[in-house]
Design a protein around this ligand. Sequence first.
Ligand SMILES: [Zn+2]
Length: 66
Amino acid sequence: MTRAWFGPCPHCQGPLSYLEGVAGSTLSPSCPFCHAPVTVSRATFLMRDHSRPSQPRRSPAPPTKP
Ligand SMILES: [Zn+2]
């Protein structure tokens, strides 16, 4: 049985999709952002979560002059 849920990486807080039970899933998948192993209770495959913008950019920060 496959299950998918979304949550942040416990290391870098990057937005992740946790896909349980899919091909290639392991009990210690690596975060695609920081490449640190994430310990999970079920075999999981980690993907970057593209369903929402990770960092909303409303206005670019003005460059600071030295
Ligand atoms: Zn991470």
